[in-house]
Design a protein around this ligand. Structure first.
Ligand code: C2E
Ligand code: CA
Ligand code: CA
Ligand code: CA
Length: 278
């Protein structure tokens, strides 16, 4: 046991130091980026494939750091969560989303921009009040903003999460369950949490194509979502074949590279202005 202990120490010590340093650097990079306006927000269209129009956009954070270059959200989001900086990013995303809606001119009643809420934020009533106040000040009707939360965030703190989501919905905000089909997917959550929108994860969309069982399961999920009056969105649709399958299954909206990658605000506004489908 002694030698194992020693080996462990020698083996892991340098690695741990390196990753701790990387964490520290990333914390600095994020704070610096927040202070110097290095975060960007991009918008990916969600297409209403029955109505043939743009249903809305998902707002996604980007970091173009003067110290590190482009850093992906899979890196900076977990670091921002850990270092207590995620709220600043969410507020920035919200601010740009409001600006986007205000730049649109005429906004269809059911048009929505969705904002990602991290698991550690979901029960934070202070953050939601700040978001609400920002959206009010921008004079954006609440119905145009949707909060996307993932299922694992519900599991940790089911009562508080439910209460917060209920409050947001009663204020007029829309709520979406993100990444459904990965992790702890449970049909029970669909019932207990009355979300407005269900987002089927890209992994499911991929699988369905060459897996009959997935298709049967997805069919059942969509039926249930429809009976609960939820809008169903398929994520990560990249090919015409996948689009056809989604049409077949009765999916309401699709989001994915087939229609568009996430776009800078001005490009997204142009996309919206010139969109034609089919
Ligand atoms: P997500 O919420 O599931 O967002 C969708 C991700 O899928 C985006 O990645 C988008 O660019 C990507 N995507 C869209 N269509 C396709 C496709 O057809 N094929 C493929 N391969 N990918 C597609 P992105 O922007 O890199 O974001 C990754 C994750 O980072 C997001 O996953 C979300 O969990 C998180 N994230 C991004 N911005 C924020 C934010 O402002 N706050 C929080 N809490 N999380 C964020
Ligand atoms: Ca999302
Ligand atoms: Ca997702
Ligand atoms: Ca995801």
């Amino acid at each position: 046991a002694k030698s194992l202990g020693k080996m462990r120490y020698e083996f892991f010590q340098p690695k741990m130091a390196a990753s701790q340093k990387a964490q520290l650097d990333l914390e600095n990079v994020i704070s610096h980026a927040l202070e110097h306006d290095e975060f960007e927000v991009v918008f990916q269209p969600k297409i209403d494939i029955k109505g043939g129009k743009v249903a809305g956009f998902e707002a996604l954070a980007r970091l173009n750091s003067s110290k590190m270059g482009w850093v992906g959200p899979h890196e900076f989001i977990p670091a921002a969560e850990e270092k207590g900086l995620i709220d600043y990013i969410t507020l920035l995303v919200c601010e740009r989303s409001c600006a986007f809606i205000n730049a649109m001119g005429e906004v269809p009643d059911d048009f929505k921009i969705s904002i990602n809420i991290s698991p550690i934020q979901i029960a934070d009533s202070r953050l939601f009040r700040e978001l609400q106040s920002m959206i009010s000040k921008a004079e954006v009707p609440y119905k145009h903003i949707e909060y996307e939360v993932t299922e694992n965030s519900l599991i940790k703190n089911e009562e508080k999460s439910r209460r917060q989501l209920d409050i947001q919905r009663s204020l007029g905000f829309s709520t979406a369950l993100d990444d459904f089909g990965v992790g702890y997917s449970s049909l029970g959550h669909l019932k207990r949490f009355s979300f407005c929108t269900l987002k089927i994860d890209r992994i499911f969309v991929d699988d369905v194509h060459h897996d009959g069982v997935s298709k049967v399961i997805l069919k059942a999920i969509i039926e249930m979502a429809n009976s609960l009056n939820m809008t169903v969105v398929a994520e990560g649709v990249e090919t015409v074949d996948q689009l056809d399958t989604m049409l077949d299954l009765g999916i309401d909206h699709v989001q994915g590279y087939l229609f568009s990658k996430p776009l800078a605000a001005q490009v997204a506004l142009d996309f919206l202005a010139h969109f034609a489908y089919p």
